[in-house]
Design a binder for this molecule. Structure first.
Ligand code: PAZ
Length: 337
């Protein structure tokens, strides 16, 4: 069946697409979190992370996905916490998480760090807990683990991290709108770090097949509508004083700067961070406005660089966050004039 593609404004989108069932509950928790951080005088950053899906059926079997492991978001969120921010980490379900990301099952399996002291047979045959073998951490891994674990415990004790999950682009849009509206309370002390890879296209609920799309009728033609440009109402209505940083991912080098500039021009927010798919771990460009000109600031790291006592590989997110904290502080100060 062919139906005309629709261009939705943000308003039309929210009037026709249903909110996720847990939205009210999720936002109540976000509100409490923001109110507490505001009372305690902290700046709050919303970090979005991971890809969004576009389901093709209401009883979803198939969906379109956007590329993103969630590394940028999870890594940056840790550096924001280190810089004293409270973090709302809004991420794709099952994408990389803060802290546990250091022990990803594919690159650094946690079980490989553990040792069993004592014969296993004792554990199986005895009811005496003292006879149970002791599990310990491989000595050369202890310092690294201690560093991650201490930060994890400190953050939980301080209550400065709040986590939200999305799966579909619809979940993402509803959550983003509601969280930004709540963050308006913080005025200039709110920072938005939109690193999630968000689909530009979606299938409105009204056009979705209820059941699994059947094969046997030849090729499949799906016409998707454009996701509304959500940054516009975010800047103009939802969070007028927030410092908003969006990301632009491209695979064609020639498009990176023009597309980043175009986004700034269109939405009027503060910074677009451009990154190329294959170089994103060691090179990004900050595009912003200086009076009527565009300002471009390239940030590059040497991937072989090591620092700190645990000899971690340098992560570009450390420098991205340091630069943004500087710019956000200047933004806060400017608001006081
Ligand atoms: O999650 P990841 O570390 O694998 O990738 C990060 C990224 C490339 C998705 C992010 O830096 C980004 O560019 N996000 C915006 C993508 C977009 O243009 O929609």
């Amino acid at each position: 069946m062919y139906t005309e593609p629709t261009t939705f404004s943000a308003e039309e989108y929210f009037a026709t697409q249903p909110p996720p069932p847990t939205l009210d509950h999720d936002i109540e928790k976000v509100r409490e979190f923001i109110q507490r951080q505001n009372k305690e005088g902290r700046s709050v950053v919303l970090v979005t992370s991971g890809g969004t899906t576009v389901p093709l059926e209401l009883n979803v079997v198939r969906f379109l996905d956007n590329f993103s492991a969630g590394t940028r978001g999870a890594t940056s969120a840790e550096y924001f916490l280190k810089a004293g921010y409270a973090v709302i980490f809004m991420h794709r379900q099952f994408s990389l998480q803060l802290f546990s990301r250091h022990y990803s099952h594919s690159t650094n399996p946690f079980l490989d760090f553990l040792e069993i002291d004592g014969p296993l047979s004792d554990a199986n045959n005895s009811n005496d807990p003292d006879a149970a073998p002791i599990i310990s951490v491989t000595p050369e891994k202890r310092a690294d683990l201690l560093e991650v674990l201490s930060m994890y415990k400190d953050v939980h004790k301080a209550g400065t991290l709040h986590t939200l999950t999305f799966v579909t682009v619809n979940d993402y849009l509803w959550l983003l709108r509601a969280v930004s509206q709540e963050m308006a309370l913080l005025g200039r002390k709110s920072l938005f770090y939109l690193a999630a890879a968000v689909s530009d296209f979606f299938l409105p609920r009204q056009k979705m097949s209820i059941h699994k799309i059947q094969s046997g009728k030849g090729s499949l033609h799906i016409e998707m509508d454009q996701v509304p440009k959500i940054l516009k109402p975010m800047v103009d209505e939802w969070t007028k004083e927030g410092f908003i940083v969006s990301f632009k991912l491209e695979t064609d080098d020639n498009l990176l700067l023009p597309k980043a500039r175009q986004a700034l021009e269109r939405y009027g927010h503060q910074v677009v961070i451009g990154n190329d798919l294959h170089r994103r771990k060691f090179e990004v460009v900050f595009v912003s406005r200086k009076e009527s000109e565009f300002d471009e600031y390239w940030l590059r790291i040497d991937l072989g660089e090591h620092h700190g006592p645990a000899h971690h590989a340098k992560e570009i997110e450390e420098d991205i966050v340091a630069e943004l904290v500087k710019r956000h502080n200047a933004w806060i100060e400017k608001g006081k004039l």
